[in-house]
Design a protein around this ligand. Structure first.
Ligand code: HEC
Ligand SMILES: [Cu+2]
Length: 354
């Protein structure tokens, strides 16, 4: 090995010892996902071996010198039924198993804590409700469902966490969500797994899974001092949203306290449930959905608020209470299940409480 430079050699050794065909199983769904993958691999392997064995055996048994003249075979219904029904059954098992897993992965539990993520060429920016911002890293507590709300500021990206066996596209103009529950402390890979331009391969980072106490300490030590909701409150005032939305009976816009999670009736009679995506659209494209009983007077804020700003506004509206104050501090730990506040006097026109 004299001709390999020590540096290269070290690199090779490091690479080989770090190389993992199967990444660590660090989330609740990871073992379930691997079980399905194993099942599919085994079925494919059995199929592969069967086909190879038949090809080889038939080539030997029916070679030309033994059977110079071909014999016409009329076929066998039993054989055909067998090779149709068995694979059909196997594929249906994969389909049902895969669907069950899919719905489990994309349906967040109600007590999931929220983290917002903006993808842009070429980095990931994560924002915690308490006002902690991080770039190309994500700190999360162990044994706690975490829901990510993702958006891209430019092109398609994909937030991929191989150790958790989940990933989700970050799409310009629309929120997507994904959730996971980490089960092992440690540092894991974060990738962008959608080719997104020159520095795509550099759009990587780390996911740090911490103990619940460690995470609380991290939250307290990394806060910017302004929670997302507080930042949203500031934006709400500076964009003059409060000129129309202030919760008073004479206000020109509907009361936004308690609107999150409620069902609105629109002017065309359609009923919609207000989620993050609805709030975003209401701010950027207000004329698309007019709440029943109101005039279409809200201006669009397209191009005036960054994606981070929109996350802040959404978080502010989520946390509004009936007297238009927010209930949130900078080291917010949403670790305990968040009770969905029912706002007693939130019943404005067109609004039905959840
Ligand atoms: C000129 C008054 C006015 C301003 C300024 C205004 N809005 Fe509105 N807003 C309305 C009216 C009226 C509606 C109801 C009709 C509709 O759906 O467009 C509304 C609807 C909404 C909704 C949908 C929820 C619901 O109950 O209908 C949200 C969310 C919202 N506004 C947020 C904002 C934010 C955030 C700002 C500032 C960035 C803002 N608004 C600025 C008048 C205003
Ligand atoms: Cu990317």
């Amino acid at each position: 090995m004299d001709h390999i430079s020590p540096v290269l050699w070290q690199f090779l050794v490091k690479w080989l010892t770090n190389f993992a065909v199967i990444p660590p199983e660090a989330s609740k769904v990871a073992p379930q996902m691997d079980a399905l993958l194993l099942f599919m691999t085994l079925v494919s392997l059995v199929g592969l071996v069967l086909v190879i064995l038949l090809v080889v055996t038939f080539s030997i048994l029916y070679r030309r010198e033994r059977h110079p003249v071909a014999v016409q075979i009329e076929g066998s219904t039993l054989l055909e039924a067998t090779w149709t029904i068995i694979p059909l059954g196997l594929f249906l098992v994969m389909f049902v198993w895969g669907s069950v897993l899919y719905f489990r992965i994309y349906t967040p539990p109600p007590n999931a804590m929220q983290i917002y993520v903006v993808g842009k060429q070429w980095m990931w920016k994560a924002e915690h409700p308490g006002g902690q911002h991080e770039i190309n890293s994500l700190h999360v507590p162990i044994n706690q469902p975490v829901q990510l709300t993702l958006i891209s500021q430019d092109v398609f990206h994909s937030f991929s966490m191989p150790a958790f066996r989940v990933k989700r596209e970050a799409i310009p103009g629309r929120y997507t969500t994904v959730w996971f529950e980490a089960t092992q402390e440690g540092t894991y890979h974060l990738f962008c797994s959608q080719y997104c331009g020159t520095a795509h391969s550099a759009m990587i980072g780390q996911i740090v899974v911490m103990s619940q106490d460690g995470y609380k300490k991290w939250l307290a030590s990394s806060t910017s001092g302004v929670s997302l909701a507080q930042d949203g409150e500031r934006l709400f005032a500076s964009l003059s949203c409060n000129a129309c939305h202030n919760g008073t009976p004479s206000a020109r816009g509907p009361n936004l306290a308690g609107v999150y999670g409620s069902t609105l009736t629109l002017s065309d009679g359609q009923r919609v449930t207000v989620d993050d995506e609805y709030l975003r659209q209401a701010i950027l494209n207000p004329s698309a959905h007019i709440t029943q009983g109101y005039a279409p007077i809200m201006p669009t804020y397209q191009g005036q608020v960054s994606e981070e700003g929109l996350f802040s506004l959404v978080e502010y509206i989520k946390n509004l209470d009936s007297n238009y104050r927010i209930q949130q501090t900078t080291n917010t730990t949403t670790l305990a299940p968040v009770a969905t506040a029912t706002v007693p006097n939130a019943a404005t026109k067109g609004m039905v409480k959840p």
